[in-house]
Design a protein around this ligand. Structure first.
Ligand code: P6P
Length: 327
């Protein structure tokens, strides 16, 4: 009989058996897959059910909030709250940490960007979900905000979902990186990208060059050097640009700008989870000066500069930023 394909649930069970991965993580990833199926369905038919466009107020970090941002946030909170395993959730769409469960089983903290790149939703362009999972540190009955203010090296799991020409869930528990593609007719995520390894360097760089004049002069020299050798691709969705860099090699960077002197992207639920995934695949992620995973979060919506992707190209970015040349 032909191989039927390996479902996400079967793979999670195999990892539990072979790598002694906690069964709770298998449940949490299963729920991420459940939420991703719902989001994939609603994103693909948003124009037909009135889910496009903006809602009135801005979100916690001052960004305009799309209807799908709100829907995505509600969906992931509901999916993870069902497990009884999540004590608290830090979300881009919530001002504060949302405390979910004080039960003995609730030992996990979820940091999530429910809908990354939501400015793309009304034009059918790619969007994503980014998530990171920590174990609680606090000892009391219920979690505290400090349980969410963590250093990326403490992540026990992380991943993303790309809603593009296909829906792909990519995750790591610290034992490599694997990708699963949703078969919408089966309603199953099937293993499609086993043991992803990021090429040492690529042929594509990804950045919003409209901010070129605002960047550090050494970053401008890096771009000048790279643009003679590589092609620019920029989708407006971090997940899509990082996924391409992971599979084909390349680099994504979002340096400090006049408007965002600390960088635009958020440490807890964008930079750190993606850094964990990319490092597990042999790539790198830094601010240009410091490893992303070494940064201790001081606030829930803390921002950070980000350069992420192929190890050699990230190192070249860091050398240029330090010296103004390729070294
Ligand atoms: P800009 C989306 O808002 C996001 O957080 C990332 O997904 C994306 O790469 C970036 O911001 C786009 O920002 O300033 O280029 O529009």
């Amino acid at each position: 009989m032909n191989e039927l394909g390996i479902t996400l649930n079967r793979y999670l069970w195999q990892q539990h058996q072979q790598l002694k991965q906690p069964s709770e993580l298998s449940m949490l990833f299963g729920q991420m897959g459940f939420a991703a199926k719902i989001l994939s369905r609603e994103i693909s038919r948003a124009a037909l059910v009135g889910l496009l466009g903006l809602v009135g107020e801005k979100n916690a970090t001052g960004d305009a909030q799309k209807k799908l941002d709100v829907f995505g946030n509600e969906t992931v909170i509901a999916a993870f709250s069902q497990t009884g395993l999540v004590a608290a959730i830090a979300s881009e769409e919530l001002d504060e940490v949302q405390f979910i469960d004080c039960g003995n089983e609730a030992q996990y903290i979820l940091c999530i960007d429910p809908l990354d790149g939501s400015s793309n939703t009304d034009t059918g362009s790619p969007v994503g979900t980014i998530f990171g999972i920590y174990r609680r540190n606090s000892r009391g009955n219920c979690a505290t905000e400090e349980d969410a203010l963590r250093q990326g090296t403490e992540l026990v799991a992380a991943g993303y979902v790309l809603y593009g020409t296909s829906t792909v869930l990519v995750y790591t528990c610290g034992n490599g990186v694997n990708g699963f593609t949703l078969d919408p007719n089966l309603g199953e995520f099937l293993l499609s990208h086993a043991n992803i390894r990021a090429p040492e360097e690529g042929k594509v760089y990804s950045a919003n060059l409209s901010y070129y004049r605002e960047w550090h002069p050494h970053t401008q020299k890096f771009v000048d050097h790279l643009s003679d050798r590589q092609t620019l691709r920029y989708t407006g969705a971090l997940v899509a640009d990082v996924h391409r860099s992971l599979l084909e090699g390349g680099i994504y960077f979002y340096p400090p700008t006049d408007k965002h002197e600390e960088g635009k992207l958020r440490l807890l639920y964008e930079c750190a989870p993606l850094a964990f995934v990319v490092e597990q695949a042999g790539g790198s992620a830094s601010t240009g000066k410091q490893r992303i995973l070494d940064i201790q979060a001081q606030s829930i919506h803390q921002r950070s500069p980000l350069v992420i992707g192929s190890h050699r190209t990230v190192a070249l970015y860091e050398t240029f930023l330090k010296t103004g040349s390729s070294g």
